[in-house]
Design a protein around this ligand. Structure first.
Ligand code: HPA
Ligand code: ZN
Length: 328
């Protein structure tokens, strides 16, 4: 059997996936038309011959990502978006997905929190029933907005606590260190939520941010975090604590010059619980299989190690021990 059929056949868990990053251009057009609003500029400028968007860093990606969300207005819009992703993931043998969502990107435009959550929940329930998939929600705070807005969002989410497995931190990392949100994450932990934070690739203060999430925020996982390789003492710390790193090679290759395959593989071989995920697949042009294929084609990763990446994902997934045993 070829490596690509090994990858396709493996039951997979996806742990780093922004649901708003699954909005394919065709769906943006469809929702714009349904809601009778203009097609966002980044979409209308895409030609039928181009392969998609071009970005050169996180900021230029976010400058397209947020405006496209204008087409998301009703709970049906959120449900259609999430169900399209879940169907695609299911076609790649993803059996469990932990899905980030950015409520502030919607409430700041006047879309109620309850509308966002109802739509996403509806899609997850449908995927469980019709596709036999398992999925959960992780609420992310936008780090380029204020800690006060994050705290207000946390409070707004409390009535829906059981529908959200944990909280995260995303958006523009430049000059927005994790410590800015220490009180928000302390409250989230008190409320019983699990905690993760983005430590994006090659940020100005990557190592300091990784140190903060490990020592001041007390995260359960780190999203990206690949730069940890530069600090052996922090590598030792995540190994000791069994903290998972949710790496995204295709995303890395789009927002930086380097997909970080060498570093991801080195961390895996050191015994860190590294996983491979798709991040924003509609924008970076790669779902789970494409991310694993990139690792297979561009590094000397073995088939056993590809299987290990998926074992890691089930090991660090935020699921009950009973469910974990069922997957492993
Ligand atoms: N990094 C930070 N914020 C994000 C990302 C990312 O890769 N994707 C969506 N929001
Ligand atoms: Zn991300």
């Amino acid at each position: 059997t070829s490596t690509s059929s090994v990858i396709a056949g493996l039951p997979k868990a996806e742990l780093h996936l922004h649901i708003e990053g699954t909005l394919e251009p065709a769906l943006v057009r469809q929702l714009a038309s349904r809601n009778k609003i203009p097609i966002p500029a980044a979409i209308s400028s895409l030609t039928s011959t181009s392969s998609g968007y071009t970005f050169n860093d996180l900021t230029s990606f976010l400058a397209v990502y947020y405006p496209n969300m204008a087409v998301l207005l009703t709970s049906t819009d959120f449900s259609d978006m999430a169900y399209a992703y879940l169907t695609k993931a299911h076609s790649q043998n993803v059996v469990h997905a932990e899905i980030f969502f950015d409520p502030q990107a919607h409430t700041s435009r006047g879309v109620p929190f309850s509308t966002v959550l109802a739509g996403l929940r509806q899609a997850i329930i449908k995927a469980e029933r019709e596709l036999g998939m398992s999925a959960s929600l992780i609420m992310c705070f936008l780090r380029d907005m204020s800690p006060e807005f994050a705290m207000a969002t946390l409070t707004e989410a409390l009535p829906y606590k059981d529908y959200i497995v944990g909280v995260g931190l995303d958006s523009d990392e430049r000059q927005n260190p994790p410590a800015k949100f220490a009180a928000v994450f302390a409250r989230a932990r008190q409320e019983g939520w699990l905690v993760t934070c983005h430590c994006d690739i090659d940020q100005q203060d990557s190592i300091e941010h990784i140190r903060q999430v490990l020592t001041e925020i007390q995260v359960d996982r780190i999203d990206h975090g690949t730069n940890i390789i530069e600090d052996p003492s922090l590598v030792q710390l995540v190994k000791e604590r069994g903290i998972g790193l949710t790496c995204c090679p295709v995303s890395n290759s789009v927002v930086t010059e380097d997909f970080k395959g060498k570093e991801i593989l080195q961390l895996l071989r050191t015994g860190v619980k590294v996983t491979v995920n798709s991040d924003d697949p509609a924008y970076f042009r790669g779902y789970m299989n494409e991310n694993l294929t990139k690792m297979a084609e561009e590094t000397d990763i073995t088939r056993e190690e590809i299987v290990q990446l998926q074992r890691n994902a089930f090991e660090v997934a935020w699921i009950s021990e009973r469910k974990r045993e069922g997957f492993l």
